[in-house]
Design a protein around this ligand. Structure first.
Ligand code: HSE
Length: 308
């Protein structure tokens, strides 16, 4: 049990990136941070109670009490660090679309943990990155998105005795992304229920080879992105929940574009090494069913951020 923490008297503001998980073959292990950011601000007070305001994506549906995911994560972090402040005021400005496979819940979880840590003097000694990742993984249920949100760039994540672990990969500067975001959401919990209990040995082998190749494709040899993003063990099983997204992945891949379902979907992500004009050309493939965003890879994970 840790001694009671000392809280910072001044407000803290942070940002967390969107994330794409799986990246084709690397189911539940590979993650990539993208340049869309949620912003969070918090301040402790001596007056008991919680004051929370949310703006932006999903603001109407999100709970504004201690069941809010950011607040739940903050409370987990405070408990880990030795105690909660008497009063807390939190502001969230969300830009990451919800339920689209772009890591909005991982952003909230890592954001809450990171924010609470930043409010504690020497918080990093009480809650290390490794602790933070372990709690985030437990809350999210899988480590791939939370790892990318915490570290930025691309990440390899795995479970060690059920505990989330991760290491970052330096992403080649030529790589950028196009996201095709459908209007309707798919809950990750439903998408996970669509997966089979077992996969064929040959399909598992194909995915192992490709996710190993993806590490090299992301860092040194982007020319292998197309081959490395081929998946045989999860996307097809989720097809009926996102038929238009699945069809778009096939259309893009037939044209030689390294496209895949982002996380549990239904967003489609395409990685490329071309110019902005090339990205615009790729984006046109989405037609009217998708909102497209031409995105850079976020080189940073969760970080203290001064809006001015
Ligand atoms: N790896 C997870 C899945 C990511 O595909 O279910 C969820 O965002």
């Amino acid at each position: 049990m840790q001694s009671k923490p000392t809280f910072r008297a001044t407000p803290v503001t942070i940002r967390t990136p969107a994330s794409s998980a799986n990246l084709g073959a690397g189911f539940d292990s590979l993650g990539l941070a993208l340049e869309i950011y949620d912003g969070y601000a918090a301040q402790v007070s001596d007056e008991a109670g919680l004051d929370i305001q949310v703006a932006g994506e999903g603001a109407e549906e999100i709970r504004k009490d201690d069941k809010n995911l950011v607040i739940k994560a903050m409370n987990r972090a405070f408990d880990h660090m030795g105690g909660k402040p008497r009063g807390l005021s939190v502001r969230a400005l969300n830009a990451i679309p919800h339920g689209r496979g772009l890591g909005s819940s991982s952003s909230a979880i890592v954001g809450g943990l990171y924010l609470a840590r930043a409010l504690v003097i020497s918080g990093q000694e009480r809650l290390t990155d490794q602790d933070l990742l372990a709690i985030a993984t437990e809350m999210e249920g899988h480590p791939d998105n939370v790892a990318a949100v915490l570290y930025g760039g691309a990440t390899i994540a795995w479970l060690e005795g059920g505990v989330g672990r991760a290491t970052p990969i330096t992403v080649n500067h030529r790589i950028n992304a196009v996201a095709f975001i459908p209007e309707s959401a798919v809950a990750t919990s439903s998408a996970r229920k669509m997966l089979p209990d077992e996969v064929l040995y040959k399909d598992a082998t194909a995915n192992i080879a490709r996710s190993a190749l993806m590490v090299e494709a992301l860092s040194n040899k982007p020319e292998f992105l197309y081959e490395a993003t081929q998946d045989l063990i999860h996307q097809e099983f989720r097809k009926s929940a996102m038929p238009k997204s699945f069809a778009l992945v096939q259309k893009l891949r037939s044209a030689g574009v390294a496209a895949f379902i982002s996380g549990a979907g239904p967003t489609v992500l395409a990685l490329h090494t071309g110019s902005v004009t090339d990205a615009q050309e790729i984006a046109r493939a989405g037609g009217s069913s998708f909102a497209t965003q031409i995105l850079g890879i976020s080189r940073v994970g969760a970080h203290i951020y001064s809006p001015n």
